[in-house]
Structures are given as C-alpha cells and as structure tokens.
Design a protein around this ligand. Structure first.
Ligand code: SF4
Ligand code: F3S
Length: 106
C-alpha cells in the first residue's frame, strides 16, 4: 500500500484524493491517511502531492515508519474524503518543516 507521511501534517493539500480510483483516503483534522487494504498500489497519488508526503510502503523513509501503522489505524476511524478542498490555512508555512508528528491531531 501507499502511505501518507510527515509532511502532510498541517498542510493537507488534498490533491491526492481526486486521483484515487478506489477512494481510499480518510481525513483527520490536519492530516490524511490511506486505508492499506483498500489501496491497489496504482501509484497515481504519489506525484499529485505538492508536499511529496506520499510513499510506497517499502520506500517510507526510516524516520517515518511510524506512519505505516498510523495510516492503518486512523483510516478505521476517520471519515472518507474524495473531493479536494482548501489546504490548511498555514500549509505553505508548514510545508517542509521536519518532525510534524507532534502536531498530528487525531
Ligand atoms: Fe489510491 Fe492508488 Fe494512491 Fe493507493 S496508490 S491511495 S489506490 S491513488
Ligand atoms: Fe496530504 Fe499531500 Fe494529500 S499534503 S492531503 S498527502 S496531497
């Protein structure tokens, strides 16, 4: 499966959801996740993310592997999202800031 990682936090651009053929993105307050069992590994979402936050599960950087479990866990409780919306208000300011896990709202 593909995985949404650190740089989505506090950005949440949502371009990714528009291209997913199986609608497997789920939305929290300031982050999105992918439901790993629904993802068909088409890779369409990866280049759509302006924050480059999406990786194939086997290419997730070592310092972000916690996000694999977070995608699996939070996709079970958050609502589905299929249409693009405005990014977080301070998305440009947070894009590229490291270690945003501490800001993830559940
Ligand atoms: Fe959806 Fe394809 Fe991205 Fe998986 S890889 S989340 S199926 S767009
Ligand atoms: Fe997040 Fe990138 Fe989608 S910032 S909401 S993974 S387009």
């Amino acid at each position: 499966a593909f995985v949404v990682t650190d740089n989505c936090v506090r950005c949440k651009y949502t371009d990714c959801v528009e291209v997913c053929p199986v609608d497997c993105f789920y939305e929290g307050p300031n982050f999105l996740v992918i439901e790993p069992d629904e993802c068909i590994d088409c890779a369409l979402c990866e280049p759509e993310c302006p924050a480059q936050a999406i990786y194939s599960e086997d290419e997730v950087p070592d310092n972000m592997t916690q996000y694999i479990e977070l995608n699996a866990e939070l996709s079970q409780v958050w609502p589905n999202i299929t249409e693009k919306k405005d990014p977080m208000p301070d998305a440009a300011q947070w894009d590229g800031v490291a270690d945003k896990l501490q800001y993830l709202e559940k």
